[in-house]
Write a protein that binds this ligand. Structure first.
Ligand code: N2P
Length: 361
């Protein structure tokens, strides 16, 4: 039996044109980050079978990528993480000549991306996000006397955080992003790697720590939607998905998203192809498919994140395109900061400090 299968496979392999890839594509993307028909439509059109895995943390992806041999063809790290991994040789250069829709990308956003990926060499922007505050309007109003949050002080002022403890505060399990928010609140450079700045950020977070129910980077979507927590630091679109789920459930839970007035992080998640990807041609095929305006627009409509495709913008549903939490106004954009790739040594120190913060030891 095994021999027959082997012979069959050999016949199949020789039937494929020389150099052609088997029709398979292995994608590793963030959870809650794609439209339901994106993959099925691609499979139908190309005959390529997609294996789709998800994650919710850059740190987890980075550990895997640096170990190598992941078998993935497309991974979607955030830009500053992709940049670091690219320096370590993890990704191959994007063959832009294979991407007929590359010209749809917004030159202004591509210039911002290029500050961390010189020449836009290693990645194609998938979606843009901000990191802000998601909250339950009524539970916050009961405790703080207003149903509108506009400042990081709801967290970083221990008196306010203490009042919200009973209804549940969550934080992203993301050392880089939460520390940057703390640095920014303190008026320090959110990309600082100075020891004294990290100490100050950790001291601020330590004051908040007793009031935090959990650290997790995706669970808050359901918890906010169900009213099980009342405040989280999270990713823009995920919080807006929570708002949407809450509205659909019709139980009267009102969720809102705030980009606080002190500023917040803006970032890009990047489609990147590992150096050892088994199916790099199929990866490019998928990226080019994604760059079609209607494909990018359908994803934005579903996940509430902005894409970087100018031709897609008019196709995005008005309620999404006009939501300032998804496509921030220019004056808000001016207050946002981007992250930079960490140096190895800082990264180790940060990871240690983060573990200490979470476990209290
Ligand atoms: C998707 C989260 C993507 C934004 N759930 C964070 N990179």
């Amino acid at each position: 039996m095994r021999k027959i299968i082997a012979a069959g496979l050999a016949a199949l392999a020789s039937a494929l044109p020389a150099g052609a890839e088997e029709p398979v594509l292995n994608i590793y993307n963030w959870s809650d980050y794609i439209a339901p028909d994106t993959i099925p439509n691609f499979e139908k059109e190309t005959g390529v079978k997609v294996n789709y895995d998800v994650f919710d943390s850059n740190e987890v992806v980075e550990a895997k990528m640096l170990t190598g041999s992941t078998n993935y063809d497309i991974v979607v790290p955030s830009l500053e993480f992709m940049a670091r991994q690219a320096q370590a040789g993890v990704f191959q250069q994007i063959d832009k000549t294979a991407l007929t829709n590359y010209g749809n990308l917004d030159p202004k956003l591509m210039a911002i991306v290029a500050t961390n990926d010189e020449g836009n060499t290693y990645g194609v922007p998938y979606m843009m996000y901000t990191i802000g505050i998601g909250y339950n309007r009524d539970k916050v109003a009961e405790r703080l006397g207003t149903d509108t949050v506009d400042s990081w002080s709801v967290l970083f002022d221990p008196e306010q955080a203490a009042k919200l403890q009973s209804c549940g505060i969550a934080l992203l399990d993301s050392p880089s992003e939460i520390t940057a928010a703390a640095l920014n609140y303190l008026g320090l450079d959110p990309t600082s790697e100075k020891t004294e700045d990290l100490d100050a950020a950790m001291a601020l977070l330590a004051k908040l720590r007793p009031y935090v129910r959990y650290f997790h980077s995706s669970q808050y979507i359901n918890d906010l939607a169900n009213g099980d927590i009342c405040l989280t630091v999270g990713y823009s679109g995920d919080i807006l998905q929570a708002r949407n789920r809450a509205a659909e459930a019709g139980q009267g839970v009102r969720v809102a998203y705030a980009i606080p007035k002190e500023g917040a992080q803006v970032g890009f998640d990047m489609l990147a192809i590992p150096s050892d990807a088994p199916h790099p041609e199929n990866a490019l095929k998928f990226i080019d498919y994604f760059l079609r305006p209607e494909v990018s627009a359908a994803i934005s409509d579903h996940v509430f994140y902005a894409n970087a495709n100018t031709k897609a913008t008019p196709l995005v549903a008005a309620e999404v395109r006009e939501d300032p939490g998804i496509y921030p106004a220019p004056e808000v954009m001016d207050k946002l900061y981007t992250a930079r790739p960490h140096k190895q040594r800082y990264d180790r120190t940060l990871t240690r400090a983060w573990t200490t913060l979470k476990t209290g030891q």
